[in-house]
Design a protein around this ligand. Structure first.
Ligand code: PBG
Length: 327
């Protein structure tokens, strides 16, 4: 090891051009996936109080939003549907006239080949009890839920989704979905599995935006315990074996070590990390109080996620960050 005074690491930090030259991690709008909430009832559209800067879209405003995403050269959108009617069987998750299927169709037309359309696949926005699956005596019936997830995924692929992204942490969900896609002749539809999703307090603001808080209980019977990392590798292995094309770790910032673990254990699978609603809203809230510099804090958080090993980043900052990257 060379030592001081021979080695002076400050030399390459002396001027901006040199710092740029040796920069190891460079964010690009191409890394981003922008999550979009689409409401069925136009009266419910507009600002989300707990997520400043996020606006819920209607089916009619969605194409305009997709154009903004395309103009900023963001690679993809992740669509979440919020139906007018919810029921125990989550029928609006797959109904042909349901909000999410129609949103995918409209997004597909607006996106062309410029933006990839990803559809979140979970039942919590569509069930009247807010749980991520079909309940049997207060517990989620894993295998009964798989049938609905499979049906919904096939409908989303049919509607034009390039990628379906199951987020419900049901065992066997990727296999069930891959089977349904193949059976529907959709062998080219990708699966981005929320393989490693923790039972996190950082989803709080999202549950307002997506109206999907469980009416009773919590999600700890299927989402992972924050203390576990080896288990994350088991989840990823299973999902890859079942046919996932890409895997996600979520949330991002409290789990950057997990992103790195997955990256090292699976050198070839693309990894996405989700900077979730709580991560976003914390930066928004602290900067609104003048406690941190929003732009620098947001870019630092996103850079950290990429440096940890994520290829793609889901972020509500996508539009703003894309502008900051060219400004
Ligand atoms: C479930 C889902 C959730 C998020 C994405 N998909 C919420 C949950 O599991 O409770 C959270 C995203 C965020 O907080 O930004 N459909």
């Amino acid at each position: 090891m060379r030592q001081f005074p021979h080695t002076r690491l400050r030399r390459l930090r002396a001027v901006p051009a040199l710092r740029e030259l040796v920069l190891e991690t460079r964010l690009s709008a191409r890394d981003f996936i922008y999550p979009i909430f689409v409401v069925e009832q136009p009266e419910s559209a507009g600002a989300v109080a707990s997520m400043p800067g996020v606006e819920r879209q209607t089916l009619d405003s969605l194409p305009g939003m997709i154009e903004r995403v395309a103009e900023r050269r963001i690679s993809a959108v992740m669509l979440f549907g919020i139906p007018r009617r919810k029921d125990a069987g989550a029928s609006q998750a797959w109904a042909a006239e349901g909000v999410i299927v129609r949103a995918i169709e409209r997004a597909r037309r607006a996106a062309g080949t410029a933006v990839a359309v990803i559809a979140d696949v979970c039942l919590c926005e569509y069930t009247d009890h807010g749980h991520c699956g079909i309940l049997r005596q207060e517990r989620i019936d894993n295998d009964a839920t798989l049938e609905i997830l499979a049906k919904a995924s096939a409908a989303y692929a049919q509607a034009g989704a390039d990628v379906v992204a199951p987020s419900g942490m049901m065992d066997g969900m990727v296999g069930a979905i891959r089977g349904a896609l193949d059976a529907a002749g959709r062998t080219d539809t990708s699966i981005l599995s929320y393989a490693v999703k923790y039972a996190s307090a950082f989803y709080g603001p999202f549950r307002d935006a997506a109206e999907c808080a469980p009416k009773h209980g919590d999600r700890r019977s299927h989402q992972m315990d924050p203390g576990n990392a080896r288990e994350a590798l088991a989840e990823v292995e299973l999902d890859i074996a079942e046919g996932a094309d890409m895997v996600m770790v979520k949330p991002a910032m409290p789990y950057l070590d997990v992103v790195r673990c997955v990256r090292e254990a699976h050198s070839s699978v693309p990894i996405a990390a989700y900077q979730v609603s709580g991560e976003y809203s914390m930066i928004k809230a602290a900067s609104a109080k003048g406690w941190i510099d929003e732009r620098r804090a947001a870019m630092e958080a996103l850079t950290g996620i990429k440096r940890a090993g994520a290829d793609a980043i889901l972020t509500y900052y996508a539009l703003e960050a894309a502008e900051w990257l060219i400004a």
